[in-house]
Structures are given as C-alpha cells and as structure tokens.
Design a protein around this ligand. Structure first.
Ligand code: ADP
Length: 470
C-alpha cells in the first residue's frame, strides 16, 4: 500500500486536550496510521487548557498573519506523529474551550490556518481528515477558494461526524471577517462539511444508518441522503497501550485476564475513596460521562430512586455538564450517602480507577455515535449495560441464556423501566451466577476493540477515494 500524507484537523487531541471521545479518536487513529508508515500530521489550537509538559521542546514553524493578528505555529514530534499547535492569545487562550460567543470565528480561523499552513510548510497532503463542526468548513474553503491554487488541487477531504447534534449554526460574521464566500444567510459548519467533503463517515455502522432518518438526523438527514453513496460507518477503537489494566499506572492494582480476582482490590479502593460501605459482594455500577441529555440521564433521573429501594447496589458517578443533572446526583448522594459516590468534574486518573474498580458501567444513551466508555470498561473487565443505539449496538451484545453468547446487557426502547429491568438482570446474574459473570468479564477484557482493524478500514477508505479521483 502507498504511504499516505494525512493532515488531521481536530479541536481536541489526547493527550494535550480532551473533553470527550473526539480527542481519543484524533490521537488513537493517527497513532495507528503512523505506525503503519503513513506520514501523519495533526493540527489543533493551543488553548490555555492544553496540557503540554514538554512545550518548551516544541519548535517554532511559521507565523501566519490574518487581519493584523499573528498566529504562531509550533510543532512537536511524538509517537511518530507531528503535532502542530496554533498559538494566539486573543482567540484561543480563554476560560473555556468551546463555550465562547465567538466560537464561529475561533474555528473559522483555525480551519483557515490549517489550509494555509500546508503550503507554508510545503506539505502536499493526500488527505485532510476533518472532524465535527469545528473543522467542517475546511472542505468548503478548499473547494471554493484554495483549489484555485494548483498546490491544493489534488488534496482530498474526509469528514468524520462524531456527533451530528452539535452542528455549529452561526451568522456569516466569521466568513466576512476572513473574506470567504457566504453559502447561505446562515452558516451551518457541519452541513458544509457534509456537502463538500469527498467522503463522509461516522463512527459506527448503526449510527451511520440512524442519521439518515428523521429521528436521529438532527435536520441534516436529507443532506446525508444526498451523499449516501459517499457515506460510511467505521467503528472507533481505543488505544490498547493507553488503556491497559495490566500496566496502567493510574490504578491501584494491575490485573489481566488470568488474574481477574485482583480487580477486587481496585473495587475496595474505590469504595474507600468514595466513602461507600466496604463490601466486596455488593455490585458496583459506574457512570463516567458528560452530563447531557444524550447520555440517557433522563432515564436515570426517573428511576434510580426506585432502583435503590428494590435492589442492593452502589453507584459511582464521575461527570460534569448540565446543572440539572449535577443537582440530581447531589440529591441522590444525600439520600443514599453510603451507596452513591459522586465526583463532579473531569478527572482522567479517577476515571481509570473507576473503570478498574467497578463491576458494571451504565450507559443508557438516547443516541451514541460510537461511545468509547463502554469499550474502555470492557478492556478493564467491567461489564457494560447499554441501550441498543449507535456504536453501543455494534459493540455490546446482550447475554443470551439460550446460546450463552454476549458480552454485556442491553435494552432497546428509551424507557426507564426497560433500563431498570435490564440493570436488575445484571445485578441478579452478578449475585447468583458468578461463573457466567466471569465469562462476561473475560469476553470484555479479551475482546478486540483496538484501533488496528479500524485503521485498516480507514486506509481502505482513503485509497478508495484517491483511486476514484485519479
Ligand atoms: P463523548 O465523546 O460523547 O463524550 P465517548 O464515550 O465517545 O463520549 O467518550 C468519552 C470519553 O471521555 C471516554 O474516554 C471517557 O472515559 C471520558 N470521560 C467522559 N467524562 C469524563 C470525566 N468526567 N472524567 C474523565 N473522563 C471522562
């Protein structure tokens, strides 16, 4: 296979800045492709929140001047990938990463810089891989403006939709600021990505089908249907070096598939850390999530009280987001102090401890493009309980008593009692059928959800696109 030159443009990239799965994707896929010999460059803004221990080791690359403002680009080589950081105090060093009123301008500037940089460093990419609304304008800018320059003529774009709900609807101010042609009286960044990229994909096969429907299409299903022939679904992986209970330095006790009994030490530590009853037999359910309606918190809000009345279990919650859910979990913690552990915030290390210490992970999402938490949970031999949607549907198969198949628990309808029934089923198996429970743990930890297979799928997709236009 030909070695490709690829620029990944993303608003967040692990390990430098992460609020969700996009950061894991940008790092995990680029690392897997770099290890296969491709020339991978990743570009992201440098925020005040960027955690970059070795920033002083980064090298100054170029400056770009736009409307009297200077943008300095630095590069850093790490794990066979060249990362470019776009530095500008005015636009990127803010109190929050995403919740800024001028975010349209921030990410229009970022996208513009991604394209300009290519020529400045003479990197004739085969592919620019754009992600989510933040970089949805790149395929449009490339097509309408940059392709007039021969340097850009053969560059192809892939646009990955990680979450169709966040589209970036704005006025035309940012486009005016940068003198770009204005497509419509309003600008929908994601729609521009869908309309103009050479190939579009999303992060699971089920979500790829779902988003073509009114229910999941978020108003863009007709746009997607128009591009149906160029629309694919490729499941995300997780980085098996990063997420590995055998060597993870963030957890108290390492373990692997033939020493699963050691996992209990992590559970006891978790109970201790969250001041729960110290009891290794009580099932411990975890939630690690952004607090937003998408993740199924309405079901949890509706039924958790009833679940605690009728079942003996513990719940450990790590998350941050909408105030109403934070308030709900605070109340729940007050009501069941020995059964509920709560940490509001974003905490990568605590997340690892919870994945390692919990028995089950609950993820009853309303919709879920791929979902990484269930994959990480399985990697740590924690059994997932999910709703059958998007990537959850593609990765978690409900245990079937008749055939003995399955690696977790799932329910179909977005219904609180269906969820409760399913959680109860999991608790009952955990309490009464340790042998089958251990089988499920083993299927998780031994499952293959690494980036390897998905990276091969992406390679095929890139090649298909390159061959199509050559
Ligand atoms: P999404 O991208 O929609 O937030 P995913 O399941 O795809 O959901 O990815 C979530 C990622 O972010 C996982 O790696 C998960 O462990 C992590 N995560 C979510 N919330 C927190 C948190 N509060 N603290 C630490 N990690 C978190």
């Amino acid at each position: 296979m030909k070695n490709l030159k690829i620029l990944f443009a993303a608003s967040e990239v692990y390990p430098f800045v992460k609020t969700g799965g996009l950061a894991d994707f940008a790092y995990g896929l680029s690392k897997a492709l770099a290890n296969k010999g491709h020339d991978i460059r990743v570009i992201l803004p440098k925020y005040s929140q960027t955690m970059f221990k070795n920033y002083e080791e980064s090298e100054f690359v170029k400056s770009i001047k736009i409307n009297d403002e200077i943008y300095n680009i630095y590069s850093f080589f790490y794990n066979n990938i060249t990362f470019y950081f776009v530095e500008n105090r005015t636009f990127f060093e803010r109190d929050t990463i995403y919740n800024n009123d001028d975010r349209d301008l921030q990410f229009t500037l970022f996208s513009d810089i991604c394209l300009k940089l290519l020529k400045l460093i003479d990197f004739k990419a085969d592919i620019i891989h754009c992600n989510d609304w933040h970089t949805g304008t790149i395929p449009y800018f490339l097509k309408t403006v940059f392709k007039k320059d021969e340097f850009y003529l053969n560059i192809k774009t892939v646009y990955t939709i990680h979450n169709l709900r966040y589209q970036g609807w704005f006025g035309d101010g940012a486009f005016r600021y940068l003198n770009y042609p204005i497509p419509e009286s309003y600008v929908n960044f994601m729609k521009l990505g869908i309309q103009n990229a050479d190939i579009i994909n999303t992060v699971s096969k089920t979500y790829c089908e779902e988003i073509k429907t009114d229910y999941f299409g978020e108003g863009l299903n007709y746009e997607l249907l128009l591009r149906e022939d160029d629309l694919y679904g490729i499941l995300n992986g997780i980085d098996y070096d990063e997420f590995n209970p055998e060597i993870d330095i963030n957890i108290i006790q390492n373990y692997k598939t033939d020493s699963l009994e050691k996992k209990i030490i992590n559970k006891k530590n978790l109970q201790n850390e969250f001041e729960l009853d110290l009891n290794e037999d009580i099932p411990l359910i975890a939630i690690i999530s952004r607090f937003t309606g998408q993740k199924g918190f309405d079901l949890i809000e509706r039924i958790t009280g009833e679940m605690f009345e009728n079942n003996n279990f513990q719940l450990v919650v790590l998350g941050t987001g909408e105030t109403r859910y934070q308030t709900f979990f605070h109340k729940l913690k007050n009501e069941y102090p020995n059964k509920v552990g709560l940490k509001i915030g974003y905490d990568e290390i605590l997340a690892r401890k919870i994945y390692a210490g919990a028995d089950m992970l609950l993820m009853p999402s309303l919709f879920e493009p791929c979902g990484l938490s269930q994959l990480i949970a399985m990697r740590y031999a924690t059994v997932p309980i999910v709703r059958e949607t998007g990537g959850l549907n593609d990765t978690v198969k409900a245990y079937r008593e008749d055939t003995g198949e399955g690696n977790g628990f799932s329910f179909k309808n977005y219904n609180a009692h269906d969820m409760m029934f399913t959680v109860k089923k999991a608790i009952t198996m955990y309490n009464n059928d340790k042998a089958t429970w251990k089988k499920l743990m083993k299927r998780g930890i031994e499952g293959n959800y690494s980036w390897h297979d998905s990276a091969v799928e992406y390679e095929k997709l890139y090649m298909k696109m390159i061959n199509k236009y050559e």
